[in-house]
Design a binder for this molecule. Structure first.
Ligand code: SF4
Length: 375
């Protein structure tokens, strides 16, 4: 079996951000039972799959940096015992400023975690307050420094675009400040508001306004120019990295490599099967949650290759894709998509280079509309 990516979801946060729609809670009384259940799941899945190999690890959330040192050690130990991590090439954990200290970070490093992804979101105290973040600008920059001091040479930060009141020049200024800290990776997320979140209610009530689509497109366009000048080259629609510092774990999603996700709301994909655990935390912890299980059909499997692969700047090896289509007896479908991609090339939205096809910079800006054809 191909090595897996293992994702563990830690669904706890100090407070709830005003834009958040993830499966998280600030009810920390659930934490001990949830960690116990995670430990059990790690052991049971490791046994059921015959101690499979894992080459990337990702501890996400929520705020994994809220785990106690003992909980982090227990989870890491259980993974090492239940899975063969000898081919491990990357072990990332997410953290939020205001929840990490040097001792915790040093311990994480000693346990073998080698990459930190820090939720910075913005370097503006007013915007951070609007987002309901628990930290300010100073803490975000201090956390990046602390991580470096603890031995994390692989540091990534998240920056958000589309916050009400955020200007284009401020996004560029924040990107410059973050690049100057020496981070190797930057993820740029568009603020995406669920209808139930408090920030959406503020906008619906007319008290705040989202930027227009054109304004957001301008920001993304400007970042495509600015970030490479800062040493952070785009390798995926929302991700920028120094050479050789792309996220190996996240790239596996775009390449459709197998992954196992454990924890509330965690998703897994093994072979032709995909499933998502319940996001209701007490139900998951109590082993009562429903699992959303899906057996993928051949045309879905085929469509996901360009749907995900064209998010990457290197695009898709279309010759290999054709062979896969032949294996699945779906060559006409492949040919129809190719015809449309050739038209997109004439419109300047896609580019063919030998056997590979990728979206152009302009194509990336309207990728939602293009990638929809593969669904
Ligand atoms: S830190 Fe992240 S997961 Fe937690 S509430 Fe904020 S947005 Fe949601």
């Amino acid at each position: 079996m191909e090595p897996l990516g293992l994702y563990l979801h830690v669904p706890f946060c100090v407070d709830r951000c005003t834009y958040c729609s993830f499966a998280t809670t600030r009810d920390r009384s659930l934490q001990p039972d949830t960690v116990r259940r995670l430990l059990l799941e790690i052991i049971e899945w490791g046994t059921a799959l015959g101690r499979p190999t894992v080459d990337t690890l990702y501890l996400g959330g929520g705020t994994p940096s809220l785990l106690s040192p003992e909980e982090l050690a227990d989870l890491t130990g259980a993974v090492r015992e239940s899975f063969d991590v000898s081919p491990l090439v990357e072990a990332t954990f997410e953290a939020n400023p205001g929840t990490v200290d040097l001792a915790w970070l040093r311990q994480a490093r000693d346990l073998g975690w080698d990459r930190i992804s820090l939720g910075v979101q913005a370097l503006d105290d007013g915007l951070l307050a609007r987002l309901g973040r628990i930290h300010g600008t100073r803490q975000a920059l201090e956390s990046l420094e602390l991580a470096e001091g603890a031995g994390f040479h692989r540091r990534s930060a998240d920056l958000m675009v589309g916050i009400p009141g955020q200007s284009l020049s401020k996004v560029i200024e924040d990107a410059r400040t973050l690049a100057a800290t020496g981070i190797e990776h930057l993820s740029i997320y568009l603020l995406d508001l669920d209808k139930a979140c408090p920030l959406r209610a503020e906008i619906d009530a007319g008290r705040l306004a989202l930027p227009t689509e054109d304004e957001v497109a301008d920001v993304f366009e400007a970042l495509q120019v600015e970030l490479p000048l800062l040493g952070l080259a785009p390798y995926e629609i929302s991700n920028f990295a120094r050479s050789g510092a792309e996220s190996i774990h996240n790239t596996r999603y775009w390449k459709r490599r197998p992954y196992l996700g454990l924890g509330p709301s965690a998703a897994s994909q093994l072979g032709d099967f995909r499933w998502t655990e319940t996001g209701i935390i007490p139900a998951w912890t109590g082993g009562r949650g429903e699992v959303d299980f899906q057996e993928l059909q051949p045309v879905e499997i085929l469509g996901e290759i360009p749907l995900l692969g064209l998010r990457l700047h290197r695009g898709v090896d279309w010759e290999a894709f054709r062979r896969q289509a032949d294996t699945l007896d779906l060559r006409p479908v492949c040919d129809a998509w190719e015809t449309r991609l050739r038209v997109l090339e004439k419109e300047g939205l896609a580019a063919w280079e030998g056997d590979r096809v990728r979206l152009s910079a302009r194509g990336m800006l309207v990728s939602n509309g293009i990638l929809g054809m593969f669904i």
